[in-house]
Design a protein around this ligand. Structure first.
Ligand SMILES: [Zn+2]
Length: 415
């Protein structure tokens, strides 16, 4: 058994926590006096306290190991609800990006050159999973390209990586027609094969802009979803009124198929456009159809939806790293605390309570979207959590401290 003492929760409580194998067996109010010393002396730096350092003790007691976590926050593990494990170039040579700013050019560039650059889907997925785990992520939803050139090879590689890491991280895979679902004949059939082979969700991309057929594209996605009884997660980059039109089709189709609670729209940029009266009615309808939204709130995208507006309206809004150092983005590390910081910055947030809301979008909300069982810091739950060197949850978001200790199903991943 392992005992952790003096850890500070997101809501500021000091707790002691005991784990046995992969379960939390008790969470109690911290028994030590002075355990809130950091909170009681604002202005003092946590790093000034020698006794705040994590110490390991082999005790005579029933505990195999005891950790004094004074000076650390205890956070639930992170959930990355939108990434691309098959694309990342982490650990590889830098990819020079000299592309014009048009989506088709980027799609074509990646499709044509990813193999020659040497982006092996299995190796690269493993690399990014390792990183994600070291930062404290417990679950990932990854889109994986399905196209005529690569067939199901990319999915096959990522599925092998998922199998290798199945005891450490929950991974959902979205069959993603990056180059379009209808415009390139044969892709729909490949998507069918991908869903038979083990992809968990039906993906999609910009039915109007990419497929040139918004109604046909949305219908095709939902046909696959109904045939294979799988949820849906659609990339929707389309701007302003065009995106709003496609989104309204997705909402109608979700309700017609009785798929409330099983549809996600990723990015949903149209909701961030400034046209008066555009976003509000759609957001209400998203909430009504129980459609979730994932966001990376990348600074290089001009318009992104307001995470607070979505959440206030009752939409499940979740964070995702999206592209991590790949042919789409030179940015990103895989760290969901860093992503929470970036989402907060892009949304113009500085208040502590609002930063905490974004932290929950990158943890609790993601766990809801991915239906994680036994998630959270409570007796009987999975012993996965993250100790982060910080005084408050807001500091965790604003500074994304790298000094952390990750517990994954009862085992320490990194110190
Ligand atoms: Zn994406």
């Amino acid at each position: 058994m392992l005992k952790i003492t003096n850890a500070k929760t997101i809501d500021g409580r000091m707790i002691d926590l005991v784990t046995d194998k992969d379960k939390i067996i008790s969470v109690t109010k911290s028994s030590e006096k002075n355990n809130d010393i950091l909170g009681k002396q604002p202005g003092m730096n946590a790093h000034d306290y020698d006794d705040a350092k994590i110490a390991y003790h082999i005790h005579d007691s029933v505990y195999d190991r005891q950790i004094d976590a004074a000076g650390y926050m205890i956070l639930p593990p992170f959930v990355d609800t939108h990434t691309h494990l098959d694309k990342t170039a982490v650990g590889m040579d830098w990819i020079v990006n000299a592309l014009p700013p048009y989506l088709p050019a980027w799609v074509e560039n990646e499709r044509s050159h990813r193999d020659e650059i040497g982006i092996d889907p299995y190796r690269q997925a493993c690399r990014l999973i390792e990183r994600d785990l070291s930062y404290g992520t417990i679950a990932i939803r990854s889109h994986v390209d399905i196209d005529l050139e690569h067939g199901l090879r990319l999915l096959d590689g990522v599925m092998k990586a998922r199998e290798d890491y199945k005891d450490k991280v929950h991974i959902e895979l979205v069959a993603f027609p990056q180059s379009g679902l209808l415009v390139r004949l044969g892709t729909y059939e490949l998507m069918s094969e991908a869903l038979s082979m083990g992809a968990d969700l039906v993906g999609g991309i910009d039915p109007a802009n990419v497929d040139r057929d918004p109604k046909g594209g949305v219908d095709a996605i939902f046909r696959l979803a109904e045939k294979y009884d799988k949820p849906v997660d659609i990339h929707l980059h389309e701007p302003g009124h065009l995106g709003a039109f496609t989104m309204s089709l997705i909402i109608e189709r979700t309700k017609a198929a009785g798929m409330e609670g099983r549809v996600t729209i990723s990015h949903a940029f149209c909701l961030g456009y400034p046209e008066a009266g555009l976003a509000e009615p759609l957001i209400e309808k998203l909430a009504d159809a129980k459609i979730a939204v994932t966001t990376g709130s990348q600074a290089y995208i001009k318009y992104v939806p307001s995470v607070l507006q979505l959440e206030d309206a009752g939409v499940l809004i979740c964070g995702g790293n999206d592209n991590v150092r790949d042919m789409w983005s030179p940015y990103g590390t895989g760290d969901m605390l860093e992503r929470a910081m970036l989402i907060s910055m892009k949304n113009g947030l500085r208040r502590d309570d609002l930063l905490v809301r974004v932290l929950r979008m990158c943890s609790d909300n993601g766990a809801r979207l991915l239906h994680l069982q036994d998630y959270g810091i409570a007796p009987g739950r999975d012993a996965s959590f993250v100790l982060v060197r910080a005084q408050t949850a807001a500091e965790c978001v604003a500074q994304a401290p790298k000094e952390r200790i990750v517990f994954n199903h009862g085992k320490i991943m990194s110190v």
